[in-house]
Design a protein around this ligand. Structure first.
Ligand SMILES: *Cc1c(COP(=O)(O)O)cnc(C)c1O
Length: 401
């Protein structure tokens, strides 16, 4: 993984050698995130995207408060998916007007907190509208609402589809005109639209098509809106490569095509600021998971490296977070980066379940008890997407370096 340098046989993260990172953390397992890589990723993306496009960070990918503050410094907004995430977002320097909340099943208390905070609420049902109207009245604060649309189209070739067909997300495109009428009747502050169609996509053509269709849809709906569209959030879904054969998303191609569709938006809905919201793409490649080998054993000819961390911290690397076929995440022995004697090993965690696999029959430098196993591409959907209570093992520590 060429985003990280190697020095003295060690992987370097945040300009610090891995063994030192582990000493500093005082324990393994560790999630370590590289601050400079986060900054570089956003800067590079801005170069590829249209200049007036706003980039938001969808913090469910990694809600560590220090990361969210860092992302607040370098992005244009934060997207939250619960009141818990909203608290972390509001604790940063990001103004409430650039924070939005999405997600099906927002509890009335959460909606009330969001109204009180003054953030934009992406409504996903008619019921939410009624609740928001009551709360606006009780609080004396008009709720800022955007309509999350479940479009008629899908984001093709997506790791996880979140739009098109029957879905728990958003309001079906066909019902949006009625939703807009209701927003007007309830005197809520209409902010715009949110169209999020899917996640982990590496195909520029699919993303380009979804972005074009999202902008066209907003333009079609503009006449039905109670007031001019202020925000048009066209989602994201930009993916990162995990496995051999995955090719990097061509953001330059996406940016060039988006420039063209945004020209239509600038002409026909000039009040709208166009937003993309990205989680994984912004943080995924800047993070590693590190655990220590606590045993090495041979079973019927195969070598097993047993580590102090596993699926309870990193469900995705074990292949159990939505994957159909388990594949190895890119893996290294982080304190033996330059060793040339290799062996084929299975890397497993300490849990009493055969699911606890970090790498299966992988060729790596010959490793011993005490060495540090590194799993790359671990900055997104790591600790908070893992069953940390399973088997009552110690937790992983998270550090931003
Ligand atoms: C999960 C989610 C995201 C982030 O998706 P990534 O694939 O991590 O970029 C963005 N917006 C919404 C509404 C989501 O649910």
């Amino acid at each position: 993984m060429d985003q990280f340098a190697v020095r003295n046989n060690n992987l370097v993260i945040g300009n610090t050698e891995l063994t030192q990172v582990a000493e500093r953390a005082g324990q393994t397992p560790i999630y370590a995130y590289d601050r400079q890589l986060l900054t570089k990723r956003v800067a590079d993306l801005r170069k590829a995207m249209p200049e007036d496009l706003k980039i938001h960070y969808a913090m469910k990918a990694n809600p560590m408060p220090a990361i969210v503050q860092h992302m607040a410094n370098i992005t244009d907004g934060l997207d939250v998916a619960s009141a818990g995430e909203m608290k972390v977002a509001l604790d940063t320097t990001m103004p409430a007007k650039n924070i939005s909340m999405a997600g099906p099943g927002k509890r009335p208390e959460e909606l009330r907190q969001a109204v009180a905070a003054g953030i934009t609420i992406n409504v996903e049902s008619f019921n939410e509208l009624e609740i928001l109207a009551t709360q606006s009245e009780q609080l004396g604060i008009v709720a800022n609402v955007a309509v999350r649309i479940n479009p008629a189209f899908e984001l093709k070739a997506s790791g996880m589809k979140m739009g098109g067909g029957p879905k728990q997300f958003g309001i079906d495109e066909e019902q949006v005109p009625d939703t807009l009428k209701r927003i007007k009747a309830l005197n809520l502050h209409f902010k715009g639209f949110h169209i999020f169609s899917g996640s982990q996509n590496l195909k520029s053509e699919s993303i380009i098509e979804a972005q074009q269709k999202s902008i066209a849809l907003a333009i079609r709906l503009a006449d039905d809106c109670p007031s001019p569209i202020e925000k048009l959030n066209i989602g994201g879904g930009y993916g990162i490569p995990y496995f051999p054969g995955d090719t990097r998303l061509d953001t330059v191609a996406v940016g060039e095509a988006l420039e063209k569709s945004m020209q239509n938006a600038r002409n026909q809905i000039p009040s709208a600021e166009v937003i993309i919201e990205l989680g994984r793409y912004l943080v995924g490649e800047a993070g590693i998971y590190v655990c220590r080998i606590i045993d090495k054993k041979i079973s019927r000819g195969q070598i097993f490296l047993v580590c102090d961390g596993g699926l309870h911290h990193h469900l995705a690397a074990s292949g159990n977070f939505g994957q159909v076929i388990r594949k190895n995440y890119p893996t290294a022995i982080g304190n033996k980066m330059e060793a040339d004697i290799k062996e084929t090993v299975n890397i497993v965690g300490p849990l009493c379940t055969p699911l606890d696999i970090l790498a299966d029959k992988i060729e790596l430098p010959k490793a011993e008890i005490g060495d540090l196993v590194v799993i790359f591409q671990s900055g997104a959907y790591g600790i908070t997407a893992s069953p940390i209570n399973f088997l009552t093992q110690p937790g992983a520590i998270e550090i931003l370096v």
